[in-house]
Write a protein that binds this ligand. Structure first.
Ligand code: CA
Length: 233
């Protein structure tokens, strides 16, 4: 029998936590829970979870810090942050710590399940895709280990950054629109302002890593009115 997918829910508000657990169990997932920051961190680091749903405002230790601590140990752990905060600054901070996605509270059950499925699907697809991407200027990306080099310089990437590079690399003959990236990688069915910004934030972060001059990209270029294109080396 196939192993059940395990999800950890880190959320201090009991009604939300219990609601999430009910939904996840109903959809066939095996679920564990933590009601405060320290318990969430301990379970995250000692257990094996296919996905962690992580609230931001938690007693004891906040979700940003937990995400940071998980990432310093495990760059591949899929994490979705649950947030009531929606200001851009919060989103930028969360993404820079390497969360795979965000869900803003209140969220619909259907939306939640779709986003969970998308993150889980990507974390499996990633395993089967090309393991090395080579660009000009001596840039090489090791997609399995989320690292790379640019000449003598060592680079590290988040899972989502690598997925963007893989997707653009697999479609390098054409520009890829933000909507397509949102749909294929994030699992969104339609774009909204905040989500389009999410793509741009990731592209900007990637350019700071792979472009000798981020403001004048040569590898990850913008095609006006069409989207982004990765030029093979
Ligand atoms: Ca909370």
């Amino acid at each position: 029998m196939e192993r059940k997918i395990r999800i950890l829910v880190v959320e201090d508000e009991a009604p939300i936590r219990n609601g999430l657990m009910d939904v996840l169990v109903y959809h066939g997932y095996e679920v564990d829970e933590a009601a405060d920051g320290p318990t969430g961190l301990e379970k995250s680091l000692t257990g094996t979870f296919d996905l962690i749903l992580l609230d931001i405002m938690l007693p004891g230790l906040d979700g940003y810090e937990i995400c940071n601590r998980i990432r310093s140990r495990d760059r591949e752990q899929p994490i979705i942050m649950l947030t009531a905060k929606t200001s851009d600054e919060d989103i930028i901070q969360g993404l820079s710590l390497g969360a795979d996605d965000y869900i803003a509270k209140p969220f619909s059950v259907a939306q939640l399940v779709l986003r969970i499925q998308a993150v889980l699907r990507r974390s499996r697809i990633g395993v089967d895709m090309e393991h090395h991407i080579r660009l000009g200027d001596g840039i090489e990306v090791d997609t399995r280990n989320l690292c790379g080099c640019r000449g003598q310089e060592t680079l590290s990437f988040t899972r989502r950054e690598v997925e963007i590079l893989q997707y653009l690399s697999a479609n390098s003959e054409r520009p890829v629109s933000r909507d397509e990236l949102l749909s294929k990688l994030w699992g969104y069915s339609r774009s909204m302002d905040i989500e389009t910004r999410t793509v741009d934030i990731h592209i900007a972060k990637l350019r700071r890593k792979i472009e000798p001059i981020p403001s004048a990209p040569r590898h990850l270029v913008t095609v006006r009115g069409a989207g982004y294109r990765l030029l093979p080396g």
